[in-house]
Write a protein that binds this ligand. Sequence first.
Ligand code: NDP
Length: 339
Amino acid sequence: NKQVILKNYITGYPKESDFYIKTDATITLKLPQDSNGVLVKNLYLSCDPYMRHLMQEIKGPSVFSSYSASSPITGHGVAKVLDSGHPEFKKSDLVWGITGFEEYSIITTPDSLFKIEHTDVPLSYYTGILGMPGFAAYAGFFEVCAPKKGERVFISAASGAVGQLVGQYAKWMGCYVVGSAGSKEKVDMLKNKFGFDDAFNYKEELDLDVALKRYFPEGIDIDFENVGGKMLDAVILNMRNHGRIALCGLISQYNLDKPQGVNNFMVAIYKRLRIQGFLIFDNYPGYSKYLDVVLSYIRDGKIVYVEDIAEGIESIPKALVGLFEGRNVGKQKLHLEIF
Ligand code: NDP
């Protein structure tokens, strides 16, 4: 059983050498007799930015708990049940949810796993559009941003797992949508594949405030924030009065020893902005409703989803590190085995 192990807690940017692949030869492909967990074979594993928080020593209260060097790192995945002691799951069921980053996992508390009932769409989608990031895009945009037709929407890290969907939802709502991303290839994708009205490469802009004024001369009504730091500061300067900011993520801050914070909060007061953070886990009771809606959009070809799929468990460290260098084009995931 090959496993991805974090060697030590990380400060600064993660490196491939912070991880190693361990082969655990002791695994028996059977559950202990009195277990009410499930034994699964992992098929896809998802690399998500929040995993960076778990790579450091977490002191004090947090929604996360740190990885340990004695067991594989964990994250979202798609898996097949090989053995089950849980009444809700049986052999051969397909599931998605939190699993170990290894070939086989014993999930002792499988209550948080979702059973996969629809297999006419790619299974990998359950780590993306039909999983945690996809649901975050939908709930974050429709519930937190409460968009109205004609509003002006800005999305940072717009080509990623979450952003590409927010942009498409915003277009359906009849909004004007601009996104930022870190390469020409991503900017082209935003405009030509996802239908954004416009997009820019933030790495080529000397002044983000000037860039936003170029695309939003009348200001921004809705900001879907994935990046934070300098980007969020520039956004606040360009918001319209009573605008809404959904704080989905602050990826520019995750690897900093001292996060930059926000300089322009006074402006947020003058503009009476509503700034709301959210964690998608809170919305999970509504997942099946979301699934019905989005499955129908996928089947009708009303939505596109770009994935960046690497092969094999050995590729996980590189893929994880790549998230913070902008190497992924679309949703980053790992394929472990032909199903
Ligand atoms: P992505 O697929 O977008 O991957 C991360 C991307 O972020 C990179 O490809 C890179 O793209 C960009 N990036 C990395 N470092 C920086 C930086 N310093 N400055 C600007 N951009 C950077 O990730 P997701 O779509 O999965 O996640 C997007 C955000 O949403 C993250 O902040 C994540 O933590 C958050 N999130 C929050 C959830 C919630 O429940 N609140 C749920 C899911 C995600 P580029 O080339 O454009 O720089």
